[in-house]
Ligand binder design. Structure first.
Ligand code: SAH
Length: 366
């Protein structure tokens, strides 16, 4: 394992079979060596700066029915909400005022014209009110090329669309027939063509998922030249079909697998942005710090107005439901300082991978 880690740190060619051995390792000293190797590569490629992406969960209305997700269309126990434009703008400007650098607008999936136009208006208003300074990432699901383009032109520059799993059979088992793997992959291609920095990711530790699947997920990220990764452990939500008949999943195992995935992804992809997602914190109070120490460099503090938070539970045990943004901010700053890193205040913190990609393609055009 040591030799393999040395080769990865040196940036040598390695194979998914080799990554799989790392994902399977359980000996604490090997895991520690894995995290340390990933941390070394993180320092060399993206450095010890953590960038904040304040996340606004603007609506839990969703036309999709994913078998794992708590806000799926068929869950009638969810109180549905849609934040007003004023509320969204206020949260965005709070982030700007506190030098977050960028925000993420996320919601359930809707394709109707009213929604599309509302997002476009909000994007323009945020850009204008922040003097163009606030970076905006969208995480609003599958849309047509025209919609992706309209939102890009209105000011969004990054888009996060998780592929969820790159094993097409597993994808089929987790979704109704109308949600197809191919359509989701096509959306990633479209986003790239439109000009976004493209982020994707998977759920880790899904029932039926193997370490071979996870290694193939990393190969997918690499082969598609992805700029940003947002992935996290699968966490049960009892009001979903996937939870039926599943015993509780050991949080320790899920957390460990999530951290190993971050570390191997950092070792293989090197200069991309990788988020330490909230699902890690749902499993362990210091899960996100552990994610940073395993190679992640992005944190997404929750900006959603407190009363809405309880209605945006994709999974159970989501932290900070009763806190507001001020508390989240204070708590995060302490946590980041506690592991000896700094926060990139007032900067977009674009992925170096994207910047190089753009540079190379401009060079080729000449
Ligand atoms: N509707 C948007 C984004 C909202 S959901 C879209 O489709 O892209 C954001 C992410 O939450 C999903 O991509 C999924 O990976 C994750 N998620 C949903 N249910 C989950 C669960 N039970 N455990 C862990 N992550 C989950």
């Amino acid at each position: 394992m040591r030799e393999l880690l040395d080769r990865l740190v040196a940036g040598e060619m390695t194979t998914p079979e080799e990554w799989r051995a790392l994902l399977d390792c359980s000996a604490p000293e090997v895991r520690q060596a894995l995290y340390e190797a990933a941390y070394r590569v993180k320092l060399d490629t993206v450095g010890p700066t953590v960038y904040f992406r304040g996340i606004v969960e603007l609506s839990n209305m969703c036309s999709k029915d994913c078998y794992y997700c708590g806000i799926r269309r068929s869950n009638t126990n969810v109180e549905r909400y849609q934040m007003s434009e004023e509320e969204i703008l206020r949260d965005a400007l709070w982030a700007h005022e506190h030098k977050y650098g960028s925000i993420v607008l996320q919601s359930g999936e809707r394709q109707d014209a009213q929604f599309v136009e509302q997002i476009e208006r909000i994007l323009r208003r945020i850009k204008e009110a922040s003097g163009g300074e606030l970076g905006i990432t969208l995480s609003l699901g599958e849309q047509s090329e025209a919609v992706y383009r309209a939102w890009f032109e209105a000011g969004a520059h990054r888009y996060l669309l998780r592929i969820e799993t790159t094993n097409p059979d597993l994808y089929r088992a987790l979704h109704p027939e109308s949600h197809t793997f191919d359509a989701r992959v096509a959306c990633l291609d479209t986003l790239r063509r439109v000009g976004y920095q493209v982020g994707t990711g998977v759920m880790i530790g899904l029932p039926g998922q193997t370490s071979e699947d996870l290694a193939n997920d990393i190969a997918f990220f690499r082969d598609r030249d992805i700029d940003m990764i947002g992935m996290g452990p699968y966490v049960l939500h009892s009001e979903t079909p996937l939870a039926d008949g599943l015993d509780s999943i050991d949080p320790e195992t899920q957390l460990e697998l999530g951290l190993k995935m971050i570390a191997v992804t950092r070792l293989v992809l090197r200069d991309v942005n990788i988020a330490a997602t909230t699902a890690l914190q749902a499993l362990n109070p210091i899960g996100r710090e552990m994610g940073l120490q395993a190679g992640a460099n992005i944190i997404m503090p929750n900006l959603t107005d407190t009363p809405y938070r309880k209605s945006y539970q994709l999974y159970e045990g989501k932290p900070c439901l009763d806190e507001d943004s001020t508390l989240c901010r204070g708590c995060l700053q302490k946590r980041v300082a506690g592991i000896g890193e700094t926060i990139g205040l007032g900067e977009w913190g674009d992925s170096p991978h994207f910047l190089k990609r753009i540079h190379v393609s401009r060079g080729e055009e000449r």
